[in-house]
Design a protein around this ligand. Structure first.
Ligand SMILES: Cc1cc2nc3c(=O)[nH]c(=O)nc-3n(C[C@H](O)[C@H](O)[C@H](O)COP(=O)(O)O)c2cc1C
Length: 182
C-alpha cells in the first residue's frame, strides 16, 4: 500500500459516486446548475441530504442567497450535458444549462426549476452549513421528492435507470448489474 494522504486526489478513494446536478437561483432570480458527486442522504423522515460544495462555486453563492435548490439525479444518457455543466462556471457562462442542452421545468409551488427527463429530483431548502477549509457541507431538507415511476418502482431504481457514476476527472462509469442476495 502507498500513502496518498496528501494527494490532491485523495477523495477519489471514495469514488465512483452517483452524479447529480444541483440547480440554484440567485436573489435576482438567475438560475444556475452545478454538477456534484459529493452528496449523500443524511436523514429519512424528514428527508435530509447533504452536498459538499466548494466556496468558489457560483452555486454556493446562489444557495446562500435564496436558501433553495433542486438536486437532479443524472442518468448515463445525460453524461455529456452533466460533464459540461460541471466543467464551466455560471460566472463565465451564465446560460450554461441551456448551452448544455438541458431543458428546465418549473413547478407551481417551488421557485427553483428542475431538469426535464431526470429519473428523480428533490426540491429542497437549505438547513445547515458545516464549514471546512475548501468545501462547505450544506444540508438540505426536502420539501418534495419526485421520481419517474417507470424506473423507480416503490423501493429503488430499476437497472435501466442507469444512474451515472463519476470515477474522477473525465472518467465515468455506467451499466452495472444488480444482484440479489439470498
Ligand atoms: C462529475 C463532477 C462532479 C463534481 N462534483 C462536485 C462536488 O461534489 N462539489 C463541488 O463543489 N464541485 C463539484 N464539481 C465541480 C463543479 O461542478 C464545477 O466547478 C462547476 O463548474 C461549478 O459551477 P458554478 O460555479 O456555476 O456553480 C464536479 C464536477 C464534475 C464534472
Amino acid at each position: 500500500m502507498i500513502d496518498v494522504t496528501n494527494s490532491k486526489y485523495v477523495a477519489r478513494v471514495m469514488h465512483p459516486r452517483p452524479v447529480a446536478v444541483l440547480i440554484s437561483i440567485s436573489s435576482k432570480g438567475l438560475v444556475n446548475g452545478c454538477t456534484v458527486a459529493w452528496f449523500t442522504p443524511v436523514n429519512v423522515s424528514p428527508f435530509i441530504y447533504a452536498v459538499s460544495l466548494s466556496y468558489r462555486r457560483l452555486t454556493y453563492k446562489y444557495v446562500k442567497e435564496s436558501q433553495q435548490a433542486t438536486l437532479n439525479i443524472i442518468p448515463y444518457a445525460m453524461l455529456k450535458e452533466a460533464h459540461y455543466v460541471g466543467s464551466v462556471s455560471g460566472e463565465e457562462v451564465p446560460d450554461k444549462l441551456s448551452k448544455a442542452g438541458l431543458e428546465l421545468e418549473y413547478s407551481e409551488e417551488f421557485k427553483v426549476p428542475h431538469i426535464k427527463g431526470v429519473p428523480a429530483y428533490v426540491e429542497s431548502v437549505l438547513k445547515d452549513e458545516l464549514r471546512y477549509e475548501d468545501h462547505a457541507l450544506l444540508t438540505f431538507q426536502a420539501t418534495k421528492v419526485f421520481v419517474d415511476e417507470s424506473i423507480f418502482k416503490e423501493r429503488f431504481y430499476d437497472e435501466k435507470a442507469n444512474i451515472l457514476l463519476h470515477v474522477g476527472g473525465d472518467i465515468y462509469a455506467y451499466g452495472y448489474k444488480y444482484v440479489t442476495i439470498h
